[in-house]
Design a protein around this ligand. Structure first.
Ligand code: ADP
Length: 391
């Protein structure tokens, strides 16, 4: 009996130890479960934080303005671009959308979105400190139970794009006009010759002269346009070498002496022999040619002087000065624009240049890292100043 009792006790003891161990293992397992859960929660929290940071960075970097409003039309979220565009202090949360954007069409959009899920590519003009063209996309938001949760607006500022389109259209219209004028003169002369004008030797010479002059003018225009387009797209490779400006001016003036002499204009080169620019001699000669040509063409009397002097810190300046009628004040700021002419009557159609000369000067000088400006007083002449790196 005792033996059985002992065996039973031993068995009980073994069972107790086994249960005790099992409990220990269970507690251990629960503890490790809890640790794993905590670790998992920490990971989720970190991932969530990272996601939020990424979202905030994306919103901050977006060029488009983004605004989320709640069903009552109050801002819930707005990015930096939105604050910049509509001129409010970010984040702007809680403020009524209409108070911030101050544009009645946003109210109309909110009303439309009560019936439509989205509005795409709605263009509107926004009058703020400047007038802007905006493209608005709006989407109705729903919560998890498909109840209205507000509206998301994404707004693109198209002002710069529209301005560029306007400039391109104006440019094409100008080019067409400039091409049409000499072309119609050439066509008219050719038709007159064909209609019998060729039989009269004097008329023949006159009309062939017209054809020749205006064909050259067309050629010049196309060369100037191609050059400007090459500068615009960075397709011209500029040399960077020391250029002796006095010699360059002397050579360039040589080309113009016959034209100047014919108009009683004196060309004077007063550049110091030591003045050297760093740049492309060929292109700088073109700059000089355009300025001297203008001084003769638009100046029309007295002396045309090219002078210059070193400036501080590795720069120099030269100038082309004439004693002509000057440029009216209202035109001074615009003479570097393509096709701008201060005196339309004088410049077209015969004798005038392409209207691109000063635009080429400005672009070439800027491609050298330099700058150009004009000073003029009506009736007392004009001076163009060019700043360039010294060689
Ligand atoms: P254009 O082919 O007409 O000379 P530019 O671009 O060279 O074109 O010059 C633009 C306009 O600036 C000219 O049409 C003229 O009205 C004015 N202008 C340029 N240079 C002078 C100058 N030296 N004196 C007076 N007006 C000038």
């Amino acid at each position: 009996m005792i033996g059985y009792g002992l065996i039973l006790l031993a068995a009980l003891a073994v069972a107790a130890v086994w249960i005790w161990r099992l409990r220990g293992q269970l507690t251990e397992a629960r503890a490790s479960d809890a640790r794993e859960r905590a670790a998992l929660q920490r990971q989720h929290a970190i991932a969530l934080g990272e996601q939020q940071e990424r979202l905030a960075a994306v919103l901050a970097q977006m060029l488009e303005a983004l605004i989320v409003v709640d069903p009552a039309g109050r801002i819930q979220l707005a990015n930096r671009a939105a604050a910049r565009l509509f001129g409010f202090q970010p984040p702007g949360a809680g403020r009524p959308l209409l108070e911030v954007v101050r544009h009645h069409e946003f109210a109309a959009l909110l009303a439309r979105l009560e019936h439509e899920p989205e509005v795409r590519d709605h263009e509107l003009r926004h009058e703020g400190a400047v007038t802007r063209t905006l493209n608005v996309n709006a989407v109705r938001l729903l919560d998890a139970s498909a109840r209205p949760a507000g509206v998301l607006f994404v707004v693109h500022d198209l002002t710069a794009l529209r301005k560029l389109e306007g400039m391109r259209e104006e440019f094409v219209a100008n080019v067409s006009h400039e091409l049409r004028t000499p072309l119609s003169l050439i066509k008219g002369a050719a038709e007159t010759l064909l209609d019998g004008g060729h039989q009269d030797p004097e008329a023949r010479l006159r009309f062939l002269g017209i054809i020749d002059r205006h064909a050259s003018r067309l050629n010049l225009l196309i060369e100037d346009l191609l050059l400007l387009s090459a500068i615009d797209s960075g397709r011209i490779a500029l040399r960077s070498e020391p250029v002796d400006l006095r010699d360059l001016v002397e050579e360039t003036m040589g080309d113009f002496r016959p034209a100047a002499g014919g108009r009683d204009i004196v060309l004077s080169n007063s550049l110091p022999a030591t003045l050297r620019a760093r740049g492309d001699a060929g292109r700088l000669r073109q700059v000089l040619s355009n300025l001297i040509d203008n001084a003769i063409k638009h100046g029309g009397k007295g002396t045309v002087e090219v002078g210059g002097a070193p400036l501080a810190a590795g720069w120099l300046q030269f100038w082309v000065r004439d004693e002509g009628p000057g440029i009216p004040e209202e035109a001074r700021g615009r003479v570097f624009e393509r096709f701008f002419r201060a005196d339309k009557s004088r410049a077209r159609p015969q004798g005038g240049g392409t209207g691109l000369g000063l635009a080429i000067v400005k672009n070439l000088v800027q491609a050298h890292g330099g700058d150009v400006r004009v000073e003029s007083a009506e009736g007392r002449g004009t001076t163009f100043f060019i700043k360039l790196p010294a060689g």
